[in-house]
Design a protein around this ligand. Structure first.
Ligand code: GAP
Length: 440
């Protein structure tokens, strides 16, 4: 990765557009700032990221269950959670060019764009407001949720009782959140509409520090296990002054993006703040009855809160590699096979002698087994391999003249370019075995 940081981001943004990972939203109308659309490869990549998270958080564990709560919630939720009062960023305006900045993103009192004088900072609430129903007055105001976590807290007892969960246990959710960020930017890193992957882990009071230590390591390991280079990951503890109003401790999993070390995920000890607040504001106690002590207790909460878009961007940036130089250069996205949008490309070496038909049969077998695959007959085999390398496809199955003799095909591995032969009828099996190994 010899490219300079800014160039590298530009290259990645343009590769994302060219190959159909990510497009600017509403591009034909000039685009909508900070909004992005995932294309055919991007939607697969992001789905795979979310599925890997769900597997590690829900399917692979006996102590966590999932929910899918609505984006619009009762407005009192945001009073209880503290978002109405406290979910603000300090905003300054340039008196000359009228550009707005987050006060903590500029130094001094002059505008970084034109040198004009900046106003005094004032608090700007980041929640998007809208109206429920046909009347647009104060009584109809609802908010687009700024975090998925509150949907979990308000459903705490519903889930605990329905799924008969006992402490310690967790509730996981993936879904959209909205924040009217003053300065979005860095591609999909900070946007106003994004997807979160959050899990609230409820523990007996007193066990919170043990579980906080556990989830820090567990979450860091998740990114590394899916192929992010260890030297590009770190944990950064929050200073006391940085802590959110509800948190006793918080640590960020950070990734070394081309624009610097930045947060991928926060792991917070939220104490019993949220359950107590919702009990108070709703008048319905969210305490649990402890059979041993015969007392009602408010569990403490450890919250690993990740962003699906940020994680996807980190997996993209980390996978990006250019091997060789000049006309021999090859661009490869070295995705972990579990994340790769396409797992296998079925390719005939040439467009004749029945090779396309055999390759198409392999393609149909792969699709029949729900293995995301691609079939490509156009241009030279070298060009087609290069296209798959750039899409991050870990395996190509190539039909050649030997196939016509002995019914074997070549499996080419993306990272090593190593090739070996397997029976044309066993491509699904061979690839499934490889993917299983990679997913362990
Ligand atoms: N419930 C706690 C919470 O929401 P957060 O640190 O504000 O904590 C969690 O958000 C994660 O959500 C972040 O680490 C990040 O990955 C993602 N996220 C937050 N704001 C974002 C934004 N404007 N654009 C993209 N992702 C964002």
């Amino acid at each position: 990765m010899a490219e300079k940081a800014a160039d590298l981001m530009t290259t990645i943004v343009s590769l994302c557009k060219r190959r159909g990972f990510i497009f600017q939203s509403s591009e034909i109308y000039g685009g909508l700032n900070s909004c992005w659309d995932y294309g055919p490869l991007g939607v697969e990549l992001k789905r795979n990221v979310k599925e890997a998270w769900w597997k590690s958080m829900v399917w692979g564990r006996r102590d966590i269950v999932g929910i899918d709560a609505s984006i619009l919630m009762h407005p009192t939720v945001w009073e209880a959670s503290g978002h109405l009062k406290g979910f603000t960023d300090p905003l300054v305006d340039c008196k000359k060019c009228k550009t707005r900045f987050r006060a903590d993103h500029v130094t001094g009192s002059t505008c970084p764009e034109c040198g004009g004088e900046l106003t005094q900072p004032r608090n700007f609430n980041l929640m998007f407001k809208t109206f429920m129903g046909p009347v647009e007055d104060d009584s109809a105001v609802v908010y687009m949720r700024p975090e998925t976590a509150q949907g979990i807290f308000v459903n705490f007892l519903n889930v605990q009782q329905a799924a008969r969960m006992k402490l310690p246990f967790g509730i996981a959710q993936i879904g959209k959140s909205f924040r009217n960020e003053i300065t979005p930017g860095n591609f999909t890193y900070r946007t106003r509409e994004f997807e979160q992957m959050e899990m609230e882990f409820f523990v007996p009071p007193g066990d919170d520090e043990k579980w906080y230590a556990y989830w820090r390591e567990e979450r860091l390991g998740w990114y590394a296990g899916l192929g992010i280079r260890k030297e590009n990951l770190r944990l950064r503890d929050h200073e006391k002054s940085e802590l959110a109003h509800y948190a006793k401790a918080c640590v960020d999993v950070e990734y070394n993006f081309p624009f610097g070390w930045s947060e991928l995920e926060g792991i917070a000890n939220r104490t019993d703040f949220d359950l107590k607040q919702h009990s108070q504001h709703s008048g319905k106690s969210l305490a649990l009855f402890d059979e041993d002590t015969k007392e009602h207790v408010f569990p403490f909460v450890i919250e690993p809160a990740a962003g699906a878009d940020r994680a996807t961007l980190a997996f993209l940036v980390d996978a990006y590699d250019v091997e060789g130089e000049g006309k021999d250069a090859r661009t490869v996205l070295r995705f972990h096979p579990a994340l790769a949008p396409i797992k296998v490309a079925a390719l005939p070496l040439v467009k004749r002698e029945g090779m396309p038909e055999i390759a198409e049969k392999i393609y149909n077998d792969l699709l029949g087994n729900s293995i995301s695959s691609f079939f490509d007959v156009n241009s030279s085999i070298g060009r087609r391999y290069a296209r798959q390398d750039e899409a991050g496809t870990p395996f190509c199955a190539t039909v050649d003249s030997q196939t016509l003799q002995d019914n074997t095909v070549t499996i080419r591995e993306r990272d090593t370019r190593q090739q070996y032969r397997v029976s044309a009828d066993k491509v699904v099996e061979a690839v499934t075995e490889k993917l299983k190994g990679a997913n362990r």
